[in-house]
Design a protein around this ligand. Structure first.
Ligand code: PMP
Length: 355
């Protein structure tokens, strides 16, 4: 066989993103909604899909969906852009605002995709690590952006995997302190019930990311969106794949978005289960629990990798961060159904008691 030359230099040393999705009885590792879309809405989805012409390219910008999302957020169509999951839009920000000679300000530990996209696009990553309790080192961030060389910043709020919202006052200061594009990643906004959206009116450099994957039970469909200034959105149009959001996904998302009130009950159930899990985890000896505004909880304990294995042996899949930088001995559990959470708690109590 002949040989092939090496891939691009920025790929050397990168490892493919691995969500470690293994077969399990209780999937508590990917922050999904534990309940699938309910039957009535599923029926509507099926009828909508029947009408989708499969031989035609989709509306490249998903304008119907854009209009629905714009209206719900008091914005115009040109302030909204859909993507193939939030992930695509996270890649697009690196393409549009990053690149060789440009700088991305990252607040680790956070969603690892941000830094990976920066590296992939030859963007320099400037880290301002979080404090020991995983809150943002606000003073250092403001001082660092004050130097004037940062091109974009991403603040996950709530932060994944650590769980807490960023302070609104800090975000407001950050928007004023820099002309860098500030992406506030609100993938878990429906659980935190807190948004920076009102700031869009006055801040051209604010961009907000949301997703259908979590609260709206559509992780399998791949649909995310950004809200921002029309001029910023126009730059994203230059880098996006024209047909990244397919016609079937558009049809599904339209049905789900128009029925979004019906998800409220499930969202409230997740919030109350989260609070119960926080309380119960707090009672397990030897565990440090980090507070959460989201649908997952980070916790720390000695020998976390062994605990992960023991949980998995009992059919319970949580996310292992125990060897990730700044997250030593940490595991993250997604809030499941009441039954799944009970099983998780019982298994964890037993594993800790027998350590
Ligand atoms: N942002 C954060 C903080 C996330 O945790 C995720 C999902 N893991 C995403 C964005 C992207 O979600 P999706 O691509 O499913 O929309």
């Amino acid at each position: 066989m002949n040989s092939v030359r090496q891939s691009a230099p920025q790929l050397q040393g990168l490892v493919p993103y691995d969500p470690k999705y293994l077969p399990a009885r209780a999937y508590l590792s990917a922050n999904e909604n534990p309940r699938d879309v309910e039957t009535e809405i599923r029926q509507k989805i099926i009828s909508a899909i029947r009408k989708v012409p499969l031989n035609r390219y989709p509306d490249p910008l998903a304008n119907d969906l854009r209009d629905m999302i714009a209206e719900a957020n008091g914005l115009d169509r040109d302030q909204v852009l859909l993507g193939n999951g939030g992930d695509e839009l996270l890649f697009n920000i690196a393409l549009a605002w990053g690149g060789p000679g440009r700088k991305f300000l990252n607040l680790p530990p956070t969603f690892s995709v941000y830094a990976a996209n920066a590296r992939l696009t030859g963007t320099e990553v400037i880290d301002v690590p979080r404090l020991v309790d995983y809150s943002i080192d606000e003073e250092t961030v403001l001082e660092r952006v004050g130097q004037g060389d940062i091109d974009y910043v991403i603040v996950a709020s709530p932060n994944n995997p650590t769980g807490k919202l960023a302070n609104e006052e800090f975000l407001a200061k950050l928007l004023d302190a820099t002309d860098a594009l500030v992406l506030v990643d609100e993938a878990y906004f429906e659980f935190s019930r807190t948004t920076m959206r009102p700031y869009l009116a006055m801040h051209k450099n604010l961009l907000i990311l949301r997703t259908f994957s979590k609260a709206f039970s559509l992780a399998g469909v791949r649909m995310g969106y950004i809200l921002g200034n029309a001029e910023v959105i126009r730059e994203f149009l230059k880098v996006r794949q024209p047909y990244s959001v397919d016609a079937v996904s558009q049809a599904i998302a339209r049905e789900v978005f128009s029925e979004r009130q019906k998800f409220e009950h499930g969202i409230m159930a997740i919030i109350s289960e989260r609070d119960r899990l926080l309380e119960e985890l707090g009672k397990v000896p030897g565990i440090t629990v980090y507070p959460s505004d989201s649908n997952y909880i980070l916790f720390k304990l000695e020998g976390a990798d062994k605990v992960w294995e023991a949980l998995y042996a009992r059919g319970i899949l949580v996310r292992d961060f125990s060897h990730a930088p700044m997250l030593e001995n940490c595991l993250r559990v997604s809030v499941g159904t009441e039954k799944e959470n009970d099983e998780f708690l019982a298994a964890l109590r037993e594993i800790v008691a027998n350590k």
